[in-house]
Design a protein around this ligand. Sequence first.
Ligand SMILES: [Zn+2]
Length: 147
Amino acid sequence: MPGGSDEKERRVKVDRKRAAQQRRIAQSMGGIGFALPGSLTVRAYRCGKAKCRCKADPPQLHGPYAFWTRKIDAKTVTRILTEEELADYQELFDNARRLRDLMSQLQELTLQLVEEADGGSRAKAVKKSPRTAQGLRRGASRAAQAE
Ligand SMILES: [Zn+2]
């Protein structure tokens, strides 16, 4: 934010406990190898054919198959993996999931720091984005008046 008089003072204070947690998360992230985007689901399914064993009584579903679903150019694309591919890629999916978990932990940790700095005001501002924008404008005009 330009023009603020308290630019140099950092609002977010990091205590030793949180700093240690951040380092631990970063270390864990650094130990993770390659990671595939998207999600993996293994399931049996019914096909679209009217007469098929998957609609018999009792039904014999197709699969189970491993479905790899991800976004490519904002489109959801699903691919069925062979057993060999699944065996090969499983670790890469697991790595991606661990990275997402660690990222969530890091974001939660950072959110705690920011909320402490804000004195809890962030939780109220999150409800509607227009309010957030108004808050920023109010903050800017207040800073202008202070000068
Ligand atoms: Zn079928």
